[in-house]
Design a protein. Structure first.
Length: 155
């Protein structure tokens, strides 16, 4: 009978922890991506705007929409709910707050919409970037009870 010694990430040597983090990065799938894009699409839908194309990773984002000034014809700040949470996901706040705050400051709904979209995608991108950090992946390994061999290879 062979005995296999397994360790949590915090029990590994510094060198083995680095290897373990690299191994996790290799298999890790980003969390909350679907919720982020659903939130952005719901924001667009409020104004009958279509999100035509988009891409987002941990370093860049790009998108196109069907937005025109006509999407905001007759829109008044008093008709907007700054606290609206169409999907219930936290990115709703970034989009709504940015739109309402910029619209209130500038009176330009198209500019407010574009500012909100940039803020939303920037938060999406920053979240993906954070999910690649050692801090996040170490917590991820601990929370999910990952076990490792003494060299950092995932069990």
């Amino acid at each position: 009978m062979e005995t296999i010694n397994l360790f949590s990430i915090n029990e590994l040597s510094d060198e083995a922890q680095e290897k373990a983090l690299d191994n996790i990065r290799y298999i890790y799938e980003f969390a909350w991506s679907e919720e982020s894009i659903d939130s952005i699409k719901a924001f667009c839908k409020q104004f009958d705007v279509e999100l035509e194309t988009w891409s987002c990773d941990a370093w860049n984002y790009d998108y196109t929409t069907s937005v025109k000034n006509s999407h905001f014809r007759g829109l008044k700040l008093k008709h907007l709910d700054r606290e609206a949470m169409p999907t219930g996901y936290c990115l709703d706040n970034t989009l709504q707050y940015t739109f309402c705050d910029v619209f209130k400051t500038t009176g330009n709904a198209l500019h407010a919409f574009n500012s909100a979209m940039d803020a939303g995608f920037r938060d999406f991108m920053n979240d993906l970037n954070y999910q690649l950090t050692d801090e996040y992946l170490r917590d991820y390994a601990l929370c999910n009870d990952y076990k490792f061999f003494d060299n950092g290879r995932i069990y």
